[in-house]
Design a protein around this ligand. Structure first.
Ligand SMILES: [Mn+2]
Length: 405
């Protein structure tokens, strides 16, 4: 038996609304708004150019249960293009595009096999040999029970066995836990490859056999940073090779810039512009958080009288002169190690904020989260974002309450 070649993608989140990003310039906003759809087109173009044996899409094709028709039309068109080249597609739907959602339906072409809501198998003959896929689609939004036990152990050793599973590793609480599994449970099935979805960060949980999250194809906010894409996989009975193919149209990222000893604003602006245009050359369009580090006495004096919002707007305007889409989303400051003293009131404030636990943050923010209009737009308040909030608040206080200023 030779080898098979296929595309493994997941979490396309077509039609993501990019809530909270509306300060962007008009043309940049359009590019960001269409970025999930355009990243998907890059994937389709790669498939048309490279003609894999098949394409796997492991859940969350759409961002919302309502599946915008624009996103569906784009997906439909991509599937049609693959159909014309006789490239099969195997789809399982995830928590974001489960089968009970309320949406206008499109009929997908015959090259697409979509799993229904019970675990089942689908067999495909390819030039490299027969392949048996096992998977299921989410029938509803939340599947908190383990589903993997319903996957049969591989029997036919002549065929390649591929498991498709949209879910999370048991004990991984960084994302909502869906269809939890243990690595050993997957390995016990004797499959040749596990194509996972749900976690948006690209990672390989195991090799021989490979258990893989390809991550999403386009970042949606600052936490989904770095280049995003899918995997092109070559699988034989003895070997697996993964090639990462980038697709992201706009990259979320963080840049650190030292401002030690800076006395003049033009130095700071120049340093910022230089770093960001380098990033732009490397990755194309980007939305960045800038962390100014090594804030010392000189640079502190430079910044002391300037409201942060004005500094941010000035930096954004200075980036407009560049012929690139680089949007500064936010700025932060980190002090030099020999941190200047802050006033006693400042210390008390910082200690109070740092002392709040997640429950206290939730109680402080409860009115906002319970508000019928605002709550729809808020991400759940997780421990990690609480830590980020605490850090940002403490930095702001430190910066504006230094002793003797
Ligand atoms: Mn997802």
């Amino acid at each position: 038996m030779e080898s098979i070649q296929f595309i493994h993608t997941a979490d396309l989140h077509l039609g993501s609304p990019f809530i909270g990003m509306k300060g962007l310039r008009k043309e940049h906003w359009k590019k960001l708004k269409d970025s999930t759809l355009d990243a998907f087109d890059r994937l389709i173009q790669y498939a048309l150019d490279n003609k894999p044996d098949f394409v796997l899409v492991v859940g969350d094709i759409y961002d919302g249960e309502d599946r915008s028709i624009r996103a569906q039309a784009r997906f439909q068109r991509g599937m049609q293009q693959l159909a014309e080249q006789k490239i099969p597609v195997i789809v399982s739907y995830g928590n974001h595009d489960h089968l009970s959602g309320n949406w206008t339906r499109f009929e997908l072409p015959k090259n697409v096999h979509a799993f229904d809501d019970s675990v089942s198998q689908f067999r495909l003959e390819t030039a490299g040999g027969p392949v048996v896929f096992t998977g299921f689609s989410y029938g509803k939004r939340h599947i908190s029970e383990s589903v993997v036990e319903r996957y049969p152990v591989a029997q036919d050793t002549e065929a390649y066995h591929i498991g498709m599973l949209h879910g999370s590793l048991e004990g991984d609480s960084t994302h909502a836990v869906y269809a939890p599994f243990k690595k050993e449970q997957l390995l016990n099935k004797q499959y040749d490859y596990w194509a996972l979805g749900h976690i948006h960060k690209r990672q390989e949980l195991h090799r021989e056999p490979s258990i893989v999250y390809p991550g999403n194809i386009q970042g949606r906010y600052r936490k989904e940073s770095g280049t995003k894409g899918f995997h092109s996989v070559t699988l034989s009975k003895t070997d697996t090779s993964l090639e990462f193919i980038p697709t992201s149209v706009v990259q979320f990222d963080q840049v650190t810039i030292s401002i030690r000893g800076m006395l003049h604003m033009n130095e700071l602006i120049d340093a910022c512009r230089k770093e960001l245009s380098l990033l732009g050359e490397a990755v194309g369009s980007a939305i960045v958080d800038v962390m100014f580090t090594e804030l010392d006495r000189e640079s502190f004096q430079l910044l002391a009288e300037i409201p942060e919002s004005e500094l941010l707007e000035t930096l954004r305007e200075s980036m407009d002169a560049l012929d690139q889409f680089i949007w500064i989303q936010g700025i932060q400051f980190q002090q030099a190690d020999n941190e200047a003293e802050i006033s006693t009131l400042g210390i008390t404030l910082v200690q109070t904020i740092v002392g709040w636990n997640t429950e206290e943050w939730k109680s402080i923010l409860k009115d906002l989260y319970r508000h019928p209009k605002s709550s729809r737009f808020l991400e759940p308040l997780e421990d990690q974002s609480v830590a980020e909030l605490q850090l940002a608040a403490a930095q702001k206080i430190r910066r504006s309450m230094q002793a003797g200023e």
